[in-house]
Design a protein around this ligand. Structure first.
Ligand code: ADP
Ligand code: MG
Length: 249
């Protein structure tokens, strides 16, 4: 099967900093691929190149068979690339359902005519997505009053609104307690596997990474220094040096 994401020779520098240096990898449908590495390794840079927020200096990014060179974030999103966003204070006063409906309406606008309201349809679909992430009972609560772990589940529902084939999650569990982190990634993994969504994610908690990733890539100073199945990466001498060395976080 052709990969949902193919990256080759990807490089990006900021002034003298080589944030990403000749990185190549592929991601298959239904696969969970973790990108790990110390702070400043280039993980977010890689995510922002794939989602179109940054343009590469060199290299190719192919999403669902299409080279995304020159496309902006919205166009890439419409191709079927979802990403988790933090629901900020601006949207906190809206209900859980409204937040998801907003994402759905935004998606439909891109696909259909701008005067197709279909509000009822969007509400139904929003409730479906909320049921998928276990938040249906809290649909009418304001996002601002949710427990942090529940808010993260709403963010996942929002990320699924465009029916993505590729889902990008840059530190989706930031700020969560360990048990909640495991639960959120287990949920994301189940949905991804059921729907054949390829997931690229970063995560600081190694228990979460090794517990849920099918494959792991390790970045260090912009370069991929290891990639493979969790068992192989865990025993890689260079990886051990980075993670078990002096600056083990
Ligand atoms: P990570 O997500 O792995 O912590 P980043 O991709 O955020 O790493 O950063 C990689 C390197 O690029 C770091 O040295 C960082 O300081 C630098 N960097 C990232 N974004 C910018 C930017 N917009 N301007 C300048 N330097 C940046
Ligand atoms: Mg980062």
């Amino acid at each position: 099967m052709s990969p949902v994401l193919r990256v080759a020779g990807l490089s990006k520098h900021f002034g003298g900093v080589r944030a990403l240096d000749d990185v190549a990898f592929e991601l298959a449908a239904g696969e969970l691929l973790a990108m790990i590495g110390p702070n400043g390794a280039g993980k977010s840079t890689c995510f922002n190149l794939v989602n179109g927020q940054l343009a590469p200096d060199a290299g190719r990014i192919v999403v669902l068979g299409r080279d995304i060179a020159g496309l902006g974030p919205r166009q890439i999103w419409r191709l079927g690339v979802g990403r988790t966003f933090q629901i900020t204070a601006t949207f906190g006063s809206m209900t859980v359902a409204e937040n998801v409906q907003l994402a759905l309406i935004s998606h439909r606008r891109g696909l259909w005519s701008p005067w197709t309201p279909a509000a009822g349809l969007e509400r139904e679909r929003a409730l479906e997505l909320l049921a998928l992430v276990g938040m249906a009972e809290q649909a009418e609560r304001a996002c601002a009053v949710l427990a942090y772990g529940d808010l993260k589940r709403v963010e996942l529902a929002v990320a699924l609104a465009n029916d993505p084939r590729l889902l990008l999650m840059d530190e989706p569990t930031a700020g969560m307690a360990p048990a909640e982190r495991q639960a959120l990634m287990a949920l994301a993994a189940r949905i991804a596997r059921e729907r054949g969504i390829g997931v690229l994610f970063t995560e600081h908690d190694m228990d979460v990474v090794f517990g849920h990733a099918d494959r792991i890539m390790v970045l260090s100073r912009g370069r991929l220094i290891a990639a493979g199945a969790p068992a192989a990466v865990r025993t890689d001498p260079q990886v051990r040096e980075i993670y078990l060395g002096a600056d083990h976080a």
